[in-house]
Each structure stands twice: as C-alpha cells, then as structure tokens.
Design a binder for this molecule. Structure first.
Ligand SMILES: [Zn+2]
Length: 60
C-alpha cells in the first residue's frame, strides 16, 4: 500500500471494517512518513483509495 499524499510505502493499517451494503471492505491507514490518513476500499473486483483529510490542516 502506498500513501496517496507522499507516495511512501511506510504505512500502517489502523483499523478495518466492512460495508456489507456496498460490498466493500475498508482499511483505514496512516502514513508513518507524512502522517496522512486514508481509506482503502476493496470489493467486487474493484479497489480504490480515498484521502480522509489533507496532510496538514491550518486552523483559523
Ligand atoms: Zn505519506
């Protein structure tokens, strides 16, 4: 698994859950390199990655 933010492969799976209605299995990852969070969806021969939030959030 590659980080969609920085491309590093140094990511860890934080948690997993199922989306039975959609037929997807979701894994939530955190990149150890940049701290980016993203979800990996797998199901029915498809898979894709969605970014959960930007690498940095500036308050205010
Ligand atoms: Zn990263």
């Amino acid at each position: 698994m590659k980080c969609p933010y920085c491309g590093a492969e140094n990511v860890e799976a934080v948690k997993r859950w199922e989306m039975p209605k959609m037929g997807y299995r979701v894994t939530h990852y955190r990149c150890k390199h940049c701290g980016g969070l993203f979800n990996h969806y797998v199901g029915k021969g498809r898979e894709f990655v969605l970014r959960v939030r930007p690498r940095r959030i500036q308050g205010g």
